[in-house]
Design a protein. Structure first.
Length: 417
């Protein structure tokens, strides 16, 4: 993932200058927003169209400011805020780092909308904590993703008389049979973060919930030096023999579709994979199955996608932001959006009948008091998270790296708080 700060295009700059000039003119009757986001894959674009269409249905104007990935979007939004021309709306994960935006005073609370529409009545209590700062709500959450899913091709598993594995030894045994039958056992793109998702599943299964939190939430370097880490690394190394060796240049979406189309048997990936599978015309329980990774069957590794609203002195912008927040939380919009996106709505008042097999599992777990933990990207500071991802990926991709070396490197990353 590139860390180079993106430059603003001429078109974007012209748009922003025009918007700045409009602030000094008579306020337009129609609500207008610039929306900075990083939803650019086919299913993400289609899902976001739900909100674009709803906004335009209100007579609103929508100016799209997309970035190629999360890091590029964060850099762009940060630069725009620092230079005094913030977009009206920015996509942001609701995590510990997001609270810095509220503490620095660069985004405004949306308590007025949250109170009027009773958000606290239908959002899980722990989610409220992650969209609030000092008791005030600052973020509008639109989905909850889980990163500990396994997606399996139904035809391959049925042909080989296999069931989705419930242990990591079972994963390895199934992978051997799948490879012998001529299929790719585990689909994987070339992204280092994809390997980290797989490893985090293993870590939870080996360490248990307390150990997982000590490592990923607490940054406990001593936990990384326990024998359990070597066990987790051993499982990861053995799994590396069952991925496609020619995956250079392939994306996670390519890997997802290889499962859906029967070239590969399984993928360890967040539920955004379901969005891509369904975008390709494939259906859960007919073409593919969804199960939670071995050892994580009773827990949801959650990522919360949300939107924040930079401070503005323009009352027309503030009105547009409040209206936009209300549209983000609209129950029909959330249902339509999440059906396409592959995620589940954060609202616990959604009827189970509106959800598919995977969604029902997710709703049950987010509604349970101890049914979720935060995913790595929600827990670790960005620099620590990237260090963890790079070390794990290097170990997976290079069989010559000894596990003891990787264990020490992971402990060192966790010590750099």
């Amino acid at each position: 993932m590139s860390t180079r700060r993106p430059s603003m295009s001429a078109g974007c700059a012209a748009l922003l200058l025009a918007a700045a000039g409009a602030a000094h003119a008579q306020a337009p009757a129609a609500p207008a927003v610039e929306v900075a986001h990083y939803w650019v894959s086919p299913s993400e674009r289609k899902a976001f169209d739900v909100y674009r269409d709803a906004w335009r249905g209100l007579g609103g104007k929508w100016f799209d400011l997309p970035s190629r990935n999360k890091l590029a979007q964060v850099n762009m939004a940060t630069e725009m805020i620092a230079n005094g021309y913030p977009p009206a709306v920015i996509q942001w994960n609701a995590n510990r780092e997001s609270m810095e935006l509220a503490s620095m005073g660069v985004i405004q609370d949306i308590d007025e909308v949250a109170a009027a529409d009773h958000w606290r009545d239908f959002l899980p209590r722990n989610l409220i904590n992650h969209i609030s700062y000092k008791g005030h709500i600052y973020f509008a959450p639109v989905d909850i993703h889980a990163e500990n899913w396994v997606w399996t091709n139904k035809k391959i598993f049925d042909e080989l008389k296999l069931i989705p594995p419930t242990s990591w030894e079972g994963v390895l045994a199934s992978a051997a049979k799948i490879k012998q039958a001529g299929y790719t056992p585990i689909a994987l793109g070339s992204g280092a973060w994809e390997i980290s998702l797989l490893f985090n599943d293993i870590v939870y299964a080996v360490y248990g919930p307390d150990g997982y939190n000590r490592l990923l939430a607490g940054g406990d370097s001593n936990a990384a030096m326990e024998p359990a880490m070597l066990k987790a690394l051993d499982i990861l190394r053995r799994l590396s023999a069952f991925v496609d060796p020619a995956r250079s240049g392939k994306t996670w979406v390519d890997a997802t579709l290889s499962v859906g189309r029967g070239r590969a048997a399984m993928q360890f990936m967040g539920d955004y994979a379901k969005g891509e599978l369904e975008q390709a015309g494939l259906k859960v329980d007919r073409d593919f199955r969804c199960t939670l990774a071995p050892g994580t069957e009773s827990i949801y590794f959650v990522v919360i996608d949300a939107f924040a609203f930079p401070v503005s002195n323009n009352e027309q912008v503030r009105r547009s932001q409040r209206l936009f927040a209300r549209q983000l939380m609209n129950v029909n919009n959330q249902l339509a959006f999440n059906r396409i996106k592959g995620s589940i709505p954060p609202r616990t008042d959604i009827q189970r009948s509106h959800l598919d097999t995977c969604g029902k599992v997710g709703l049950d777990l987010i509604s349970r008091e101890n049914g979720q933990v935060f995913a790595q990207s929600m827990l670790m500071p960005p620099q620590m998270s990237q260090g963890w991802i790079d070390i794990v990926a290097d170990y997976f991709n290079n069989p010559k790296i000894p596990p003891l070396q990787t264990q020490r490197q992971l402990a060192e990353v966790l010590s750099q708080k």
